[in-house]
Design a protein around this ligand. Structure first.
Ligand code: TEU
Ligand code: CA
Length: 531
């Protein structure tokens, strides 16, 4: 990295995570090993050769802990064990070792903002009653109104409805998400200690990194109003300084923040040398398919990261957002949690074309890359799931106005002509569209023009020629993004309406779609070799 460095930043340019391609496994939808319709560790272990072949450097797993699944596992009942329907702790340790043997690191998801109402601590807090030290681990308060029948304040849950639920003895507890997810009290040193211990528990089992869920929400100003009262309060940084000290007790372990903030300067504060190593770049994920907007997002990202010595990350999708091929096929190609544009018409051919170009863009940028399972298969968002099968708490809590995130969580199609497409022997927990027979991993691995082949080839070239570092912009024309990397690779993405001529080059290494003679068509990206 060039440029001035933040005081105290001594980045190791060779660190494994700086340029890693990290594959996100949403376990219950990845592969089912025992035929109960729910993905599990046995299924994942059986498919490790697929991930090794795809060419990724690390796997991030969504929460795999015992959970009543009120929010797909983000309601954790025990931070030191494995959800029985996913497998056992011994299997998790075997998985970590098998992945290591293939040169693949493991990243687990820790949820510090809230637990589950079925967690021991919370059940003890209910039993112990008002004023007890057990209640001090959570955010219990008396209600307002003569009989305390009104919630302590007007905060709304991020999933819809009030952020407070009343218990039998009349007190209320705070939950920024579902009522089954009571928020912890981070002003209590017991909570701080508990999570340090949980981190050590997983680092001791060989986990290489921790993805920190809802990382900006932990500190609350109970007298404040609205989102500002619990989003990005200065006190959160002390929490992550403590976590970094724990990570530093080990070699090479990293912290990755899920930090959704509109302000890139505030976002970058989480990446100071004594806090997290990296964080997801949601600005890029949410950005519309527009050359000027993407260039602004990329430049801002680089400008905020380089002085800190932290590698940027490039994310096109995850388990909370609309699948890229659907998003990019719409008239409005941006993403916003507040309006996920469910049902807005999407042109599948256009969406796929752009998603392919976006993949080559994201892979060519300096820093780390995230690939959410199914992105490499070009799976669309499933928007027509039967309402009665929807499981995302957003669906119920929004009063059935927002269908939520199930559409990007449908179990993967592996092989065969009809559901369950090799996902497992049983019926998958969410139904797969019959059209997915054209999108199975089996079909795509054999097709040189498939999305899978594009990802596999791109990831291989990326390992050799790309990853972390810097870029130099090239001015090729309006509506075109073009930059050169240190290795001599040039990436050109045409977001304009007309085909464009390419800068001088020796050969074309990879293209997201067919060329028009020697010109790069609209919504197409190309990687060029220069001398
Ligand atoms: O998400 C945190 C978060 O605030 C959003 O991504 C959220 O999903 C969105 O605003 C809803 O529209 C994390 C996890 O990624 C998500 O799956 C969990 O549901 C959430 O935390 C609660 O643990
Ligand atoms: Ca299973």
């Amino acid at each position: 990295m060039s440029g001035s460095t933040f005081p105290g930043a001594t980045p190791d340019p060779e660190a494994w995570w700086r340029g890693a391609a990290i594959y996100q496994v949403y376990l219950r939808s990845f592969a089912d090993g025992n035929g109960d319709g729910i993905g599990d560790l046995a299924g994942l272990r059986a498919r490790l050769p697929y991930l090794s072949d795809l060419g990724i450097g690390a796997i991030w797993l969504n929460p795999w802990y015992p959970s009543p699944m009120a929010d797909g596992g983000y309601d954790v009942a025990d931070y030191r064990d494995i959800e029985p329907s996913f497998g056992t702790l011994a299997e998790a340790e075997e998985f970590i070792a098998e992945a290591h043997a293939l040169g693949i690191k493991t990243i687990t998801d820790i949820v510090p903002n809230h637990g589950s109402d079925q967690q021991k601590w919370f059940m003890r807090a209910l039993e112990a009653g008002p004023g007890s030290p057990e209640r001090e681990r959570f955010l219990f308060r008396e209600g307002r109104g003569a009989g305390g029948e009104l919630p302590p304040n007007d905060w709304q849950s991020i999933f819809g409805g009030p952020a407070w639920t009343r218990v039998a003895d009349g007190q209320w507890y705070l939950h920024l998400f579902a009522p089954e997810q009571p928020d912890f009290n981070w002003a209590n040193p017991e909570v701080v200690e508990e999570f340090h211990d949980v981190l050590r528990f997983w680092f001791d089992r060989g986990v290489d990194g921790i993805r920190i869920d809802s990382a900006a929400l932990l500190v609350k100003d109970m007298d404040g109003e609205g989102e500002e009262a619990y989003t990005d309060l200065d006190g959160v940084h002390d929490i992550y300084r403590g976590w970094r000290r724990v990570a530093e007790e080990y070699d090479d372990r990293i912290l990755i923040g899920e930090v959704w903030l509109p302000d890139q300067e505030r976002f970058a504060l989480y990446l100071r040398p004594d806090e997290m190593h990296t964080a997801f770049n949601f600005d890029f994920l949410a950005c519309a398919w527009d050359a000027a907007a993407l260039r602004r997002s990329i430049e801002e990202t680089l400008a905020t990261h380089i002085p800190l010595g932290a590698p940027p990350t490039w994310v096109l999708s995850n388990h909370d957002v609309t699948r890229p091929v659907t998003k990019y096929g719409r008239a409005d190609t941006s993403f916003d949690h507040a309006d996920r544009k469910h049902g807005m018409p999407s042109d599948p051919a256009l969406g796929e074309r752009r998603a392919r170009a976006a993949a080559l863009l994201a892979m060519a940028l300096p820093g780390g890359l995230y690939v959410y399972q199914g992105e490499e298969l070009g799976l669309p968002e499933v928007e027509d799931l039967p309402d009665e099968l929807r499981q995302d708490p957003i669906w119920v809590r929004s009063g059935h106005t927002d269908p939520g995130r199930d559409g990007c969580r449908v179990p993967l199609p592996w092989s065969g002509d009809e559901p369950p497409f090799g996902f497992g022997a049983g019926q998958p927990w969410l139904p797969q569209p019959p059209e997915w027979k054209a999108l199975t991993a089996e079909v795509q691995a054999a097709d040189p023009a498939s999305m899978f082949t594009l990802y596999r080839t791109g990831l291989r070239l990326r390992r050799e020629l790309l990853g972390d570092g810097t870029l130099a912009w090239l001015e090729v024309g309006e509506g075109v993004l073009a930059f050169r990397r240190e290795s001599g690779l040039i990436c050109v993405v045409n977001l304009g309406a007309e085909p464009v001529s390419l800068p001088e080059h020796e050969s074309i290494l990879l293209a997201s779609g067919p060329m028009e003679g020697d010109r790069l068509p609209s919504d197409t990206a190309v990687w060029l070799r220069v001398i």
